[in-house]
Design a protein around this ligand. Structure first.
Ligand code: ADP
Ligand code: MG
Length: 289
């Protein structure tokens, strides 16, 4: 083994000791998910982190792939304030793409690298991830909009996740929850990651995305910022689009007691290892203060 590789391993030791035995929830989305070479690197990171004792839990997104499949089947996607209106047919496609497709591919990729994973969605074990239909008022008209099968998480029953963690199996969670009748509800994967991290009392929550962090009014990404700044930037529109639910999810996670919350640049190969096992950062860390 070349000396540099040995040195890198030795330098990683204190970080391995810090995070080994801790629960780390990773939200996997954006570019890291759609570019094959980046997806491969994420798989390697998860398996390596698991091998050194880090209890990784993965929550994946898939909105773009759901839209693509919907378009291929001739469905038109309607959005209100960036929220997808999910009719029953779209819900079925979302479920098939996310649980039948994306989850399976990730579980298999982890297996090919010698790791063990199990795909779960809200339906399993009597409905471990529950949600209720999300209420929304159109920001321009102020009127109540029926978003269809769009949910917000109401409860997380962690038994299945803890059982997998104890057996060194990586839970791979699709962002589909169930209502009281165990019917599917599509939930933003960022908020699923927060709900899961909070329920598990995770030490860290890392959102892999396709930007270099939260950008300020000058367009420059900020390596570290506090909750008050995030709130101000949400109010004045500096944080918009898909970063809004993500920022909201970060704040809720900090309120819920998650130790450290980071938005990491998933376009950087091995961003997870850089984030967890080196002193470099690849995005923005949000402080609760
Ligand atoms: P993901 O697939 O990881 O959930 P999203 O597309 O939903 O990613 O959200 C990230 C996007 O949010 C960025 O690509 C960017 O276009 C947008 N965005 C809006 N405001 C900001 C901001 N202040 N800083 C960084 N990204 C922002
Ligand atoms: Mg998003």
């Amino acid at each position: 083994m070349p000396t540099t590789a040995v040195n890198a391993l030795v330098e990683a030791l204190p970080y391995v000791q810090q995070w080994s035995g801790q629960i780390v929830v990773v939200k996997y989305g954006g570019a890291a998910m759609t570019r094959p070479e980046l997806a491969e690197a994420v798989t390697e990171d998860l398996v390596l982190l698991r091998a050194v004792g880090v209890h990784v839990v993965l929550v994946h997104g898939g909105g773009r792939m759901v839209s693509e499949m919907g378009a291929r089947l001739g469905l038109t996607t309607k959005f209100v304030d960036g929220l997808r209106i999910t009719d029953p047919e779209t819900m079925r496609i979302a479920q098939q793409v996310q649980i039948g497709g994306i989850s399976r591919d990730i579980v298999a990729a982890i297996g090919r690298r010698g790791g063990q994973a199990l795909g779960v969605s809200g339906h399993d074990i009597g409905g471990w991830l529950r949600a209720q239909p999300k209420q929304h008022r159109d920001s321009s008209t102020g009127e109540q909009v029926d978003l269809g099968r769009v949910g917000e998480v109401t409860s997380v029953s962690t038994g299945i996740l803890r059982a997998l963690i104890e057996r060194q199996v990586i839970p791979v969670i699709a962002p589909v929850a169930v209502d009281d009748a165990l019917q599917s509800l599509n939930v933003n994967a960022d908020s699923v990651a927060t709900a899961v991290a909070t329920a598990l009392g995770a030490a860290r929550l890392i959102f892999l995305t396709d930007v270099d962090g939260i950008r300020g009014p000058d367009g420059v990404p900020v390596p570290e910022l506090d909750a008050a700044t995030v709130r101000a930037w949400m109010a004045d529109g500096t944080v918009s689009g898909g970063m809004r639910p993500k920022a909201e999810a970060c704040l809720t996670a900090l309120d819920g007691g998650v130790g450290r919350v980071t938005i990491a640049d998933g376009r950087v190969p091995h961003a997870l290892l850089v984030e967890l096992l080196t002193d470099a950062g690849v995005g923005s860390m949000i402080r609760s203060g």
